[in-house]
Design a binder for this molecule. Structure first.
Ligand SMILES: Nc1ncnc2c1ncn2[C@@H]1O[C@H](COP(=O)(O)OP(=O)(O)OP(=O)(O)O)[C@@H](O)[C@H]1O
Length: 541
């Protein structure tokens, strides 16, 4: 046992005094939370992480599983009793220092892990990384020197432990590296970029004069609704910190947005078009913007948005760029590698596939029968699980279908799409999120990134244009591993997606409609034993 380990072991009291009966390895105090096993029924539980509370904290008498959780516990108590803990300055970590987080000056008790331990930890958490000198994942929010108020806000929001994507992205981001992150829908990517941004902004604020308050970070997202949601979450997590935000989306008056920015904000959240508009019409000082986030990067780098996103990128001076999506293809990797140096690629869970927690029920329905089918589902107590989101492919289709469902079922149904005014979109989304209305029919505006926490059922009335959009729309039925169901209508009109859809269903072990599996458009996909050779039985008869 090294000196550091001995010192920390001295501060923990084992509940069992009869140490002689223990195996030698049992005497080693667990340094890291993940080294501890789960608690068995009736055993003490760690007050921080819930694992086996093998030790008693000498300062609080609480059950605790490891030195790491003891440190987290004491940090939490310090925050609650408002003992000021000086936040460490944002440092440029020299390349080669792989364990910035665990060697944080605030937490000298926690030693670094060996490379093999880190690899096994990543393996356990389903985290894959690519790049040089990648910082170690963190196990709790308090272990990488975040401002205490931010840790408090995370706790108050119910974020007791970071999700795997947050465990890896937060330390990587704090080390100022550019990142390309792919992770499942609903896995917590938003906080993984907001936490380091808020930490960065609140620290820089301490060092800068009050008069100079140019934005420090920009988050781009493809839809107004998603921007609204990201800004809301930023406000919740940055509460009480010197951290102000501006929402820059179309449909709201530009003058108000300019006024807000002029009064000093740290973060701008916006859609590419409106942000370009604002930057062209008004002189916003972007000199201090050092963090640029592209949320739903694959969508933002598609043809419609790419020029605008690149224009904003070029207006910034060498920012740290963080890119996120549940669907990232090799072209995006190639493009980002060509734009940025020394990037880290992070992949968590099962990106590029529908979330495993969503059961996909694909039904073959001819176009003329679709309305009748959805009425049946919504009228069925067994199949209708409100609140539900119905995705369609056109704005007019959204209006017509919402009216038709109301007429057929008596339920109040609203539509949301890009032709509504911003005021209407906001108000309708509010009514849906607060439960006033239980069904919304929408176009892809709610398909990506929207955190519709209470929704566990989505109906894809029209198949989207690509399998990526399918993955995102299906993903609205589950957040943080909660179970959901996606009912999907398909017919011959969707044939261009048959191959990919059949593959996705096969991988998920979901039933494939006979018409789909027998279609010539799926013939390139091996559907295994589901495809029986018809002639074999006749040959024997
Ligand atoms: N550490 C955490 N503990 C508890 N809940 C969390 C944590 N991090 C995020 N969440 C919650 O998980 C949900 C999903 O998070 P988020 O919207 O960031 O997912 P996402 O990965 O961006 O998904 P998508 O790809 O669909 O946009 C949200 O309701 C969020 O509040």
């Amino acid at each position: 046992m090294g000196q550091g380990e001995k010192d920390s072991a001295d501060n923990l009291v084992s509940p069992s005094d009869d140490r002689n009966e223990l195996q030698v390895e049992d005497l080693r105090v667990k340094e890291r939370c993940f080294e501890q096993r789960e608690a068995l029924p009736g055993e003490p539980r760690c007050v921080i992480c819930g694992r086996y509370g093998e030790y008693i904290c000498d300062q609080t008498d609480d059950d605790i599983c490891s030195v790491e959780c003891k440190t987290a516990l004491l940090a939490r108590i310090a925050a609650e009793t408002k003992i000021p803990v000086k936040a460490p300055a944002r440092v440029k970590v020299p390349f080669g220092d792989e364990s910035f987080c665990v060697r944080d000056n605030n937490f000298p008790d926690i030693p670094s892990l060996h490379a093999s331990q880190i690899a096994s930890l990543r393996n356990k958490l389903d985290i894959c990384v690519k790049g040089e000198a990648i910082p170690d994942p963190i196990m709790c929010f308090s272990s990488c020197g975040l401002p205490e108020k931010l840790v408090h806000n995370l706790d108050a929001a119910g974020y007791t432990m970071p999700t795997p994507v947050q465990m890896q992205v937060i330390p990587a981001s704090i080390s100022n590296r550019s990142l390309l992150v792919s992770a499942d829908t609903g896995s917590g990517k938003t906080a993984s970029f907001l936490v380091p941004i808020i930490a960065h902004c609140s620290r820089r604020e301490l060092q800068q004069s009050e008069s100079k308050r140019g934005p420090l970070a920009i988050v781009l997202a493809p839809t107004r609704e998603l921007c609204l949601q990201v800004e809301d979450q930023a406000k919740v997590l940055g509460k009480g910190l010197p951290f102000k935000t501006a929402l820059v989306v179309g449909g709201d008056p530009l003058a108000q947005q300019i006024y807000r920015i002029e009064n000093g904000v740290e973060l701008i959240v916006g859609t590419p078009g409106r942000l370009i508009d604002l930057l062209m019409k008004h002189n916003v000082d972007l000199t201090d913007v050092s963090v640029f986030v592209l949320d739903e990067v694959d969508c933002l780098l598609e043809r419609g948005f790419r020029d605008q996103a690149m224009q904003i990128f070029r207006a910034l001076s060498c920012p740290q760029v963080m890119m996120f999506s549940a669907t990232i293809h090799p072209e995006i990797e190639k493009l980002s590698n060509s734009l940025l140096n020394n990037m880290i690629h992070i992949s968590c869970g099962n990106p590029g596939k529908p979330n495993k927690s969503v059961r996909q029920v694909v039904i073959w329905v001819e176009s003329k029968q679709k309305k009748q089918k959805i009425f049946e589902i919504i009228k069925s107590k067994q199949h209708f699980k409100p609140p539900a989101v119905v995705f369609v492919s056109s704005r007019v289709g959204a209006d017509l279908l919402s009216e038709a469902i109301t007429a057929a079922t008596g339920l109040e149904v609203i539509s949301i799409h890009g032709e509504k005014t911003m005021k209407e979109r906001r108000e309708r989304l509010r009514r849906f999120l607060t439960g006033e209305v239980s069904v919304v029919v929408c176009t892809g505006v709610l398909g990506r990134g929207m955190d519709l926490v209470k929704v566990h059922q989505v109906i894809l009335f029209d198949m989207p244009n690509s399998i990526d959009e399918y993955i995102h729309q299906v993903g609205r039925a589950s957040r943080m591993g909660k179970e959901g169901v996606a009912i999907v209508f398909v017919n011959e009109e969707d044939r261009k997606l048959f191959g990919e859809l059949a593959q996705v269903l096969k991988t998920a072990g979901a039933p494939i409609p006979r018409e789909l599996s027998n279609s010539k458009f799926t013939s390139s996909v091996s559907l295994g034993t589901d495809r029986k050779r018809k002639l074999s039985s006749r040959a024997h008869s």
